[in-house]
Design a protein around this ligand. Sequence first.
Ligand code: ZN
Length: 655
Amino acid sequence: MTRRAIRVLVLVAVAALATTAADSPTGAAVTPDPAPSPARPRPDILLVTLDTTRADILGCYGGDPGVSPNLDRIAARSHLFERCEASVPQTMPSHTTIFSGLHPFHHGVRKNLAVMVGPEVPLLAEELHGLGYATGAFVSSFVVDGRFGFARGFDHYDAPDTRPSAGNAMERRAGDTVRAAIEWTAAQPSPWFAWVHLFDPHAPYEPPPPFSGRFAGRPYAGEVAYMDNEVGRLVGSLVAAGRFDGALVVIAGDHGEALGEHGEETHGILLYEATTRVPLLVHLPGQVEGSRHAAPVGLVDVAPTVRELVGIDTSGDGSSLLPALQGRAELPGDRALYLESLEGYLKHGWAPLHAVVRGRLKYIESPRPELYDLVADPDERRDLVGDRPEAAADLAEILAGIRPADEADHGEAVVLGADEEAALVALGYVAGSPGRAAGTRRNPADAIALEPVHQRALAAQVAGDLDQAAKLFEQELEHDPSSPVLLWYLGTCLTESDPTRAAASFRRAIELRPDFEAPYGSLAELLLKQGKTEDATAVASLGIDETLDTSGLLHYLRAAATAVSEGAVGAAVRDLDVAIARAPRPGSAYLLRAALRLQRLGDPSGALADLELFVEWSTPDDIARLATDRRFDPLRGDPRFDRLVPGKGGPPGSG
Ligand SMILES: [Zn+2]
């Protein structure tokens, strides 16, 4: 189907959805379903995840109806869950829960990036693929790139194009993602499973026109409104094709956005409803009327619900909502839903946060536990721990029962193995340093008060005012002297002005959290710049052992450090192979491999192939430097090389 044809269909479809929502049992022209057997139905399945979307920003959840006319229309033909809780207010862990139906302590993804969805985690896409579904993913942020383990089970994985020629984007707008999803679904025979992830409401809030003007002064709402418009296009394409009525459509937020509530600007650290309560809509095949459910449910229930509908084993941490949605059972009002945030703990050494929602109550376990009545006090302003100590004690016990016993040591120091201790000592760390991983264990609810300073520090760093940024990070460190992430940030501000202190800061961050990737990379890079290639190799190697090196940076730096010694070219090339496979932008790794192939391995043809890939992944400035890079002198005059170099035969890619 051509794009124009799709566009025409979509226009028709949006109108059809608008008029049929309330009054027509069949909607627009419907093609019959591929006769599914009642026991094992195989409906098309659309899962849309709305990143960073608060439930209460949507009209169907009591917000401004002008923000979400399309989602509101879909809600009118779907089950709407008034109280759905995300397990973790962060993208990667939350999506892993959505796809697996497992609590974070079972699927193992407790934070963003620097972590992978393990091969043992059961994922919906793989299960549906096993049933014969065509599977396609259309994601809008690098955070859910296929490399982190989300691609398992998908035939087709469409993620932002991170090449400079495509705009260097680590994220993309809903319009681009939805366009790809519409083209793919239109071309698929049933049954298919499509996951569409939309990222627009994530900070920074920069809605495109006309939403920027229509929501002037409310840019977050503007982003949600733009995303809603694209959801309308996506679902409209199914309506137009007669494929909406018979499909299972699940639309869920992955977490909310605090927007300043309780002192938090964005999301990820605290466990208040602003970031944990999300929209959840489920349109069952054949459903024509909407229905609202007040009982609390969780994103952990999404996978079991889909599984039960298609006849897959639903065992896991969540519960299938299907019996209630089909009117066979009531949703229990007293489910205990588990929530956690380890972000403050992992980044700053603050106390880890765990919470449980049961009925109308929410209990947050922290150095100063909190209890809220979410029905009477949805904004969580009146802590009831003092008034209702028995209720708090009950929920504390329920929470302890959900968490595995070996999780109880969160909040204690990280215990290193003997090998790790030895490796750290060899690098000049003080063995058994009492401060290691102790952290302050401050209550994140209090510690978040420094958030404005932190935001100013990050802004200064981005603006290039490193002195000011360093001062602000130091101000934060007075309160959190053993925060690994602050020590790393401080080091990155000092690499030029005070490399000795920068190195000490990186070493301390590594000592505090040996599984934190970033300081290994920064330290190895600094040592490399100082010509200390052996030290750089040692630091990169330690980082490769202690972390997952998800970006491949440590492999790249180790290759750069080892390549200077004569005997190690094979090891360096192997490291570069890893770096190229993992890096979001592998241009520099291709360049280094090209140089090694040409100079050390006598392989000009391999070098040229790498240089072509370097050009594909690099900015015009980087490419321009090829013209004066002496390492490639032997290739000058070769038409394949000259074509790549600016000023010789036109810009790259034009030939
Ligand atoms: Zn997210």
